[in-house]
Design a protein around this ligand. Structure first.
Ligand code: G6P
Ligand code: MG
Length: 215
């Protein structure tokens, strides 16, 4: 039985993964780099600045920008992303999420958000579900991002539940790897390709049987 639930945000709780893709593509086009959905998979779960580095390497432009240029490019991408976020409302919560967090609340099972996104607190607030989460990991406090286990270990620590008694929900390959290295049961939410390293793969969180998770 799970004593704590740890959630990635983008692509698990809300479909902002597509917005990240649109915003990165817009920025990449401006600096003459093209990339497709397949490459975008490798950006999921990866911090803003690391995503930019990967895009620059992909476009063979890793040596074309100074540190300051890169900071500005990352800020520009975030401004595009924030524009897109203006549109989100509680209707954008992905199917199955509310049922899970409501069940967890009734059973006194604490939930936490473990997302690389610095926008996570604002998004959760916008979705009207902030009260369901006992903790949101601040990615700025971490030494390493996903696939390192640090973020999920931190989330478990913040809700005072040992990692092996938690269940984690992730849509990114890097996120599943992070969960597994942390010793946490990993549920993979499939968007495009499969997530073979997950303990359980679902296409939607509506497939989750809370009786099995909580009892
Ligand atoms: C999540 C997303 C990534 C994104 C990262 C940082 O992990 O899956 O695509 O790059 O958060 O998001 P931020 O909102 O801080 O730019
Ligand atoms: Mg995600």
């Amino acid at each position: 039985m799970a004593k704590g639930l740890l959630f990635d945000l983008d692509g698990v709780i809300v479909d902002t993964a597509g917005y990240h893709y649109i915003a990165w593509k817009k920025l990449a086009n401006e600096i003459g780099i093209q990339f497709d959905e397949e490459f975008n998979q490798s950006l999921k779960g990866i911090s803003r600045i690391e995503s930019l580095e990967r895009i620059l390497v992909h476009g063979n432009k890793q040596d074309s920008f100074t540190h300051e240029d890169k900071q500005k490019l990352a800020e520009t991408k975030n401004s595009y992303y924030l524009e897109l976020l203006n549109n989100i409302t509680p209707n954008d919560i992905l199917p199955g999420v509310l049922h899970i967090i409501e069940c967890a609340k009734k059973e006194n099972i604490p939930c936490a958000i473990a997302s690389a996104s610095q926008n996570a607190p604002a998004i959760v607030k916008k979705l009207g579900i902030a009260d369901y989460f006992k903790a949101i990991v601040d990615p700025k406090t971490l030494k390493k991002g996903k696939p390192d286990p640090e973020i999920f270990l931190k989330a478990a620590e913040l809700i005072h539940v040992p990692p092996h008694m938690c269940i984690g929900f992730e849509d990114a390959i890097a996120g599943i790897q992070s969960l597994k290295k942390a010793g946490i049961y990993a549920i993979g939410v499939i968007a495009e390709g499969p997530l073979p390293e997950a303990d359980l793969q679902v296409h939607s969180l509506t497939e989750i049987d809370m009786n099995i998770i909580l009892k």
